[in-house]
Design a protein around this ligand. Structure first.
Ligand code: HEM
Length: 308
């Protein structure tokens, strides 16, 4: 039988593994605020009637982050980076896109909770217990492609030289109510760049924030947004299932990040980048991981906004 997902237990798993850092996010704790704008294409407007694709600039508040709840995590370590976007539409409506830079995720929220539990440092060794980790992988083989992607690469050279994926599928709804199942991807216009082995060894613990601030002082950092068009039978509610590689991709817009700033007192602090916040023209699915995210972010947000 399927367990019912419990977001309180999920938050407990984050806090057990990473400790409690009052007033801060329980996951993706280390990050940088940014602002910019998005301009959609006419091709985007063919698939979605969202005001995102009107062709007019849409203001964006962004947050770039490292995965995990350790505030002292090194930027140079192998891991996951995130890009969270809040678009402010002309009618005042909000659209969120909260993405990470992996090709796939785990199949269920329980698998992610068990990953956190298995990653808890042993008090004696300060490292995760290898037996517990083996038992986790045996129980959740859907972890393997996700884990292999992260272990098989060095950290990214910059937030601006990473791709970011929706991983979840969403429905794009056009002006005739026609729905298309899509997944979206942001591709850096400067190209994807990871640290070399040598650079990864020498890189300081904190460099991503300063690099993004400096990069945007020169000129906007840009990403092209693409949608992949799903076909009947492509996974709708499971972010661990990749879609066949031959699916059509359509460029639907360009994001320009024009300014970045520290998250302390930054503009992105009091935002809950809940990924189910969508505006007319984009709809969510019944993906259990997506729904679990929403419930868990709400608790993290409530706690940090009340100083817990
Ligand atoms: C069951 C699975 C997941 C859980 C329980 C979870 C949990 C969380 C929590 C608690 C936060 C902090 C929220 C806050 O305090 O504002 C967070 C942040 C974040 N998560 Fe997840 N997450 C999950 C899966 C994912 C996936 C699949 C993605 C990307 C596709 C993702 C991307 C992010 C990003 C980018 C942030 C940082 C948002 C920000 O900058 O404020 N997460 N997550």
């Amino acid at each position: 039988a399927e367990e019912a997902f419990n977001p309180v237990e999920m938050i407990g798993a984050f806090e057990g593994t990473y400790g409690v850092h009052p007033g801060q996010r329980r996951n993706h704790i280390k990050g940088t605020c940014a602002v910019g704008e998005f301009i959609g294409t006419a091709d985007g407007a063919r698939y979605s009637r969202s005001a995102l694709f009107s062709g007019q600039p849409v203001p964006v508040i962004a947050r770039f982050s490292l995965g995990g709840g350790n505030p002292n995590q090194s930027d140079a370590a192998k891991g996951v980076q995130g890009m969270a976007l809040q678009f402010k539409l002309p009618d005042g409506g909000l659209q969120h896109m909260t993405m990470i830079n992996v090709p796939v995720f785990l199949a269920t929220p329980e698998a992610f909770r068990d990953l956190l539990l298995a990653s808890k440092p042993d008090p004696a060794t300060k490292a995760p217990n290898p037996e517990a980790f083996k038992a986790f992988v045996a129980k959740h083989p859907d972890f393997n492609p996700f884990g292999a992607a992260i272990q098989g690469r060095n950290a990214f050279a910059g937030y601006d030289t990473s791709f970011y994926n929706s991983l979840h599928a969403f429905w794009f709804v056009d002006k005739n109510d026609k729905k298309t199942l899509v997944r979206w991807h942001f591709e850096p216009v400067d190209g994807v760049k990871n640290l070399t082995d040598e650079e990864a060894k020498k890189a300081p613990s904190d460099f991503l924030e300063q690099a993004l601030i400096a990069r945007t002082q020169k000129s906007p950092a840009k990403w092209d947004m693409y949608i992949t068009l799903g076909q009947p039978g492509d996974a709708e509610t499971d972010p661990s299932q990749v879609w066949p590689a031959d699916r059509e991709r359509v460029k639907v817009g360009t994001l320009s990040i024009t300014q970045a700033m520290a998250q302390k007192d930054g503009i992105c602090g009091p935002i809950n980048f809940d990924p189910v916040v969508v505006a007319d023209g984009i709809q969510i699915t019944d993906d259990p991981v997506l729904k679990a995210r929403s419930a868990t972010y709400a608790i993290s947000f409530g706690k940090r906004m009340s100083g817990q």
